[in-house]
Design a protein around this ligand. Structure first.
Ligand code: BTN
Length: 272
């Protein structure tokens, strides 16, 4: 083991991540250096959001083989078969620069996943606003950023990432068609290597966030094939139609409608 502190919380032995293999490949200063492993938990995001769990080290990764209440964006559920995929969350505390740039964290996470998949498996990824990673136009990764506040001021940020890695088929209904790396590649991949690579790349992008944050938007735009296409944006009670014009310097989507350019801060993007 190198310098990583690892805590196990195991209910029953199933298909487990090999933490030694993961640790050897981890090349970060702080992300993943405190690592909490659960065989089963309600949600890794919920665990880190709950201050009663007394986890206060920035960069702490909480990983679960199975989530009983995995959560997605817009109050959706996130389902993932046991021991096949990567479902984990990362805690950030005392990082004002990051707290003020959550859109950039979103993009950084998507880029970290996309770069890792492309480098390790030579598969072409596509990014879908605001933060999905696609393979063959199907979803292979979702990202959920949540915060807690104290007296109206953000005091912790939890970045949750779910990557479909080795799951072979998906039953049930999905808001967007899912796929996995295994399905696209035609063979199983090593989850430990992918997890370490994602955390290594994420730390790289978080350094960029301090030094050259607009590069993050540029990198993200390069990997988003939907710019220029006809899209619709589904919001709570509303659907907006237009052309995906651009991403502005703060990471918001610019939608060209008959009325002009509209800035979209949240919602679901649907290709028309
Ligand atoms: C989405 O695309 O809707 C976001 C999905 C985020 C899923 C991950 S899995 C790990 C973490 N824990 C959760 O409960 N959700 C996130």
């Amino acid at each position: 083991m190198t310098g990583t502190k690892i805590i196990f919380v195991i209910k029953k032995i199933g298909q487990m991540l090999n933490l030694e293999n993961f640790d050897i490949k981890l090349n970060t200063d702080f992300i993943g250096r405190n690592f909490i492993y659960f065989e089963e938990i309600d949600s890794t995001n919920s665990y880190l959001l709950n201050k009663n769990n007394n986890i206060d080290i920035s960069g702490t990764v909480v990983f679960a083989e199975f989530q009983t209440k995995g959560r997605g964006r817009l109050d959706r559920v996130w389902t993932s078969d046991t021991g096949q995929n990567l479902t984990f969350s990362i805690l950030f505390v005392k990082n004002q620069n990051l707290f003020q740039n959550l859109n950039f964290l979103n993009f950084s996470a998507a880029l970290a996943v996309s770069t890792s998949i492309e480098n390790l498996y030579q598969l072409k990824t596509d990014l879908k606003w605001p933060n999905d990673v696609l393979l063959s136009r199907k979803k292979t990764c979702g990202i959920l950023i949540e915060t807690t506040s104290n007296k109206g001021v953000i005091d912790r940020v939890v970045l949750g990432i779910g990557i479909n890695v080795n799951q072979n088929y998906f039953k049930g209904e999905y808001n967007y068609p899912p796929t996995s790396i295994r399905i696209e590649l035609g063979k199983e991949v090593e989850r430990e290597r992918l997890l370490a690579e994602v955390l290594n790349n994420l730390e790289y992008y978080l350094i960029k966030l301090k030094t050259d944050k607009h590069q993050i938007i540029n990198d993200w735009k390069m990997k988003c094939k939907m710019i220029g296409e006809k899209i619709s944006i589904r919001q709570k009670d509303d659907i907006k139609f237009g052309i995906f014009d651009d991403i502005d310097e703060n990471g918001f989507l610019l939608l060209k409608t008959k009325a002009g350019i509209e800035k979209i801060t949240a919602g679901d993007l649907i290709i028309q």
